[in-house]
Design a protein around this ligand. Structure first.
Ligand SMILES: *Cc1c(COP(=O)(O)O)cnc(C)c1O
Length: 404
């Protein structure tokens, strides 16, 4: 067992050895520029890119003509939002999203607000799912785009994507979804779900870093996008720049594997996730699951451990590579904006840990992690006067604290 145990698959995943093997020749022997039209080197590279395009499209039931390769999902989200905003500016200036999107969506929305677009946030419930009736009421004749993530990267909550797609179709509004955490883990079908634009990235599904895609619907409706990167007209003019051939080949292979193994891999990963949660719950009181109990990614476990500060928890269990619900911003320790938005109080938000497992996680690792978590929480609580008072039945809210 290799330490620290990697339980941070939402942040990134290792490249699958089969993916790596497929990519290898494209760094050395098959090094051509896919845009070189005059010789064999270019043609072979182009054929490899087109084969990968089909593999990526198949995973989301799209046509290969609808896949635009990018440098990753940050760029895909930027292209979807900025590309639609610019192209459809005559139609309207209103964009709807949610407060728990990835920063690549939120920051792009803020940039668009500065350019005169109006961004509204659809309310979400305490599990992180968008409230459908409120969303329906927010769409106006000025709305050009709804951007709502498929599955959240912190709490794993899965949105009612097909319902959102249906609503957007009825209202004649484009629907973009950041599906980075969903593809390869749950079935994604752009047609059945009424998705017009979809962002994905290779490195969250056992492919290489620095390559991703944007799905852009071609029929019913045909979505048009203004480019944000100019020069050479690659990818039908939507994203110029020499294609990352080895990366794209690896991305394609990763998608092919994901489609093949999903039915076997996901129940296995879910069982590991549940095993960890059950072991934690069996030994500890006052632990709270964040997110939706069932409408959740099979590999996500986000837990608040009352009376245990997240950073102390992380320090106490250095043998585990996990994420805490707080982010160190310049000076202060901010609780996660996602947990805040779903109504987790500041105190509890600071005690949250995100565990995410994947293809290479073992039962042995999960059992080790569970023991480590339980021991660390017990130790911290033994040192906590607050926990002791709470256990003695003192209502902490009634205590008069002396100000310093
Ligand atoms: C990781 C992630 C991204 C960013 O993808 P990159 O390819 O790393 O730029 C965007 N959205 C979500 C939900 C993510 O988890």
């Amino acid at each position: 067992m290799k330490l620290p145990i990697y339980l941070d698959y939402h942040a990134t995943t290792p490249v699958d050895p089969e993916v790596f093997k497929t990519m290898a020749p494209y760094f050395t022997e098959v090094f051509g520029n896919a845009a070189s039209r005059n010789h064999e080197y270019g043609w072979t590279a182009e054929a490899a890119v087109e084969y990968a395009r089909k593999q990526v499209a198949d995973l989301i039931h799209a046509s290969d003509k609808e896949i635009v390769f990018t440098s990753g999902a940050t760029e895909s989200n930027n292209l979807a939002l900025q590309g639609v905003a610019d192209m459809y500016a005559d139609k309207g200036n209103h964009i709807i999203t949610t407060a728990i999107e990835h920063k690549a969506v939120l920051d792009t929305c803020h940039a668009l607000e500065k350019k005169g677009f109006k961004v509204d946030f659809a309310p979400i419930d305490e599990t992180g799912r968008v409230k459908m009736d409120e969303l329906a009421k927010m769409i106006t004749d000025k709305t050009i785009l709804v951007s709502i993530m498929f599955a959240n990267n912190e709490i794993g909550t899965i949105n009612p994507i097909a319902e959102i797609g249906k609503l957007c179709k009825e209202k004649g509004v484009l629907f973009h979804t950041d599906a980075v955490q969903a593809v390869g883990k749950v079935p994604v079908d752009v047609n059945a779900m009424g998705i017009d634009l979809l962002s994905m990235t290779a490195h969250k599904i056992y492919g290489p870093k620095g390559v991703g895609a944007l799905y852009v619907r071609r029929k019913g409706p045909r979505v048009r996008l203004s480019a944000i990167v100019h020069g050479g007209g690659h990818e039908k003019g939507m994203r110029s720049g020499t294609l990352n051939v080895p990366g794209i080949v690896g991305f394609g292979k990763a998608c092919e594997i994901a489609a093949r193994v999903m039915p076997i891999e996901m129940p296995k990963v879910k069982a590991l996730r549940d095993r960890l949660w059950n072991a934690i719950r069996a030994e500890l009181d006052e632990v709270y699951l964040n997110g939706h109990p069932t409408e959740r990614l099979p590999n996500n476990l986000n837990v608040s451990f009352a009376y245990c500060e997240g950073e102390s928890l992380m320090m106490g269990m250095k043998e585990l590579a996990v994420s805490s619900g707080s982010a160190c911003t310049s000076a202060s320790l901010e609780p996660s904006y996602v947990l805040k938005a779903i109504g987790v109080g500041e105190d509890l938000a600071h005690t949250s840990i995100r565990f995410s497992m994947g293809r290479f996680t073992t039962e042995e690792e999960v059992d080790f992690a569970a023991k480590k978590v339980v021991a660390t929480v017990k130790k911290l609580r033994d040192l906590s006067p607050l926990y002791e008072m709470a256990k003695e039945g003192i209502d902490l809210k009634s205590v008069q604290w002396t100000a310093h």
